[in-house]
Design a protein around this ligand. Structure first.
Ligand code: GLA
Length: 390
């Protein structure tokens, strides 16, 4: 069910006896540029119409009270205890953001916060960044701060990396905070410079959920990242590059014997993926969606074979999608090991695409896939500016 501002306010009022200030942050889907964002590379995500809502009102003491509508659970942490680190609980996300804001020098006292959301969990649509950014927006408003996009995204990422303990890059927090409706965002994760790119009106982005859960906070994502970083370290030493982003395939080839075959393949995925993102930008500007679709297909193969982070169900979902009339391109999106595919489909075929994919995926796997037809949505800052904050 969609989360509404009014329902979130009512929940807050019921529990804490006061209305609060309300902030929304969307989820995101990544069109292309996967696992490039922790080695300074390029990504092209967009925000989508699923949200986390945070309602906040001040308290007289030092207590941070968090109530989750979704978990129907209340928990608290005292400000001085934030230094104690994670507790292995959903509240690590909001507590981590509070911790990170304080590290940024933002001063605040206790508060009551209600969190509600409709972002599918563990689907690779960035429910965690959505929570982090909504919470950061709410706390900074209470503290009367207006942090710029780069700071906001970076401090949310720090909460996830250092407090929650998930080694994610900057893509999710940045697009969830900074996206603009009707535009995809090509972000350079090293400089944090970005381009807002229009998607042609005659295509739709369709997200299909394989329903295989993935979690960034556990094992595989971190293992891949370690393999990438080991490869990057060799390239730094042997070729004098600063970040994997700067390496060419020739650099990598020259270092083949110095790294494990796994690190070699992971780095090859990233080097070719950065090049695909640049080409994807050109195809959008030239309105060449057929080439954009081909790039998505190449990206999927590279993710599956070189990055070894897809899974059988997701590969099935991609093959089914590519067989459908009007499908321009399809690939896995997000961290991998399950989660969703992103598909670009001609607008006139979108409805039939959804039913055919659902039907054929159920026949092949016995699993009912949730599918959503999406358009690029506003990020949290644009929403707040447009009065999404009450
Ligand atoms: C997760 C992480 C992101 C990014 C993607 C893969 O969503 O949170 O930082 O690394 O995986 O592209």
């Amino acid at each position: 069910m969609k989360v509404t501002n009014e329902a979130a306010q009512l929940a807050h009022e019921d529990r804490f006896g006061q209305r609060g200030r309300l902030f929304r942050a969307p989820a995101r889907v990544n069109l292309i540029g996967e696992h490039t964002d922790y080695t300074g590379g390029l990504v092209m995500p967009m925000a989508i119409d699923f949200h986390t809502v945070a309602v906040i009102s001040p308290r007289e003491d030092e207590r941070l009270m968090f109530y989750s509508e979704n978990y129907e659970q209340e928990t608290f942490i005292e400000i001085p205890s934030l230094e104690g680190g994670r507790r292995g609980h959903w509240s690590d996300y909001p507590a981590g953001v509070a911790w990170s804001l304080r590290k940024e020098g933002v001063e605040f006292g206790g508060f009551n916060m209600t969190l509600a959301g409709d972002v599918p969990l563990g689907a690779g649509l960035s429910s965690s960044a959505s929570i982090e950014v909504a919470v950061a927006m709410a706390i900074q408003a209470m503290a009367d701060e207006h942090l710029p996009l780069e700071k906001l995204a970076t401090l949310c990422r720090r909460a996830e990396n250092e407090y929650v303990g998930a080694k994610s890059g900057i893509m999710d927090q940045f697009v969830v905070a900074g996206a603009v409706a009707h535009r995809a965002m090509m972000l350079d994760t090293r400089s944090l410079k970005f381009d807002l790119l229009p998607l042609p009106g005659d295509v739709r982005v369709v997200i299909a959920n394989s329903m295989v859960k993935h979690a960034v906070a556990t094992g595989e994502y971190g293992n891949r990242r370690d393999e990438v970083e080991a490869g990057q370290a060799v390239l730094q030493q042997e070729r004098g590059i600063a970040l994997l982003r700067d390496a060419t395939l020739a650099d990598l080839e020259a270092c083949r014997e110095k790294m494990t075959p796994e690190s070699f393949a992971r780095c090859r995925h990233i080097i070719t993926e950065n090049a695909r993102v640049l080409q994807a930008r050109e195809t959008l500007l030239a309105d060449d969606m057929n080439r954009f679709g081909e790039l998505m297909v190449e990206a999927h193969k590279s993710f599956r074979d070189d990055f070894a982070a897809s899974c059988e169900e997701v590969d099935t979902l991609v093959s089914i999608a590519l067989r459908q009339p009007g499908c321009v391109g399809a690939r896995i999106t997000g961290g991998g090991f399950g989660g969703c595919t992103v598909n670009v489909v001609n607008v006139s075929a979108a409805e039939e695409f959804v039913s055919a994919v659902r039907r054929e995926y159920a026949q092949a796997t016995g699993i009912e896939a949730d599918c959503f037809v999406c358009e690029p949505a506003d990020g949290a800052l644009a929403l707040a500016e447009k009065g999404g904050a009450a």
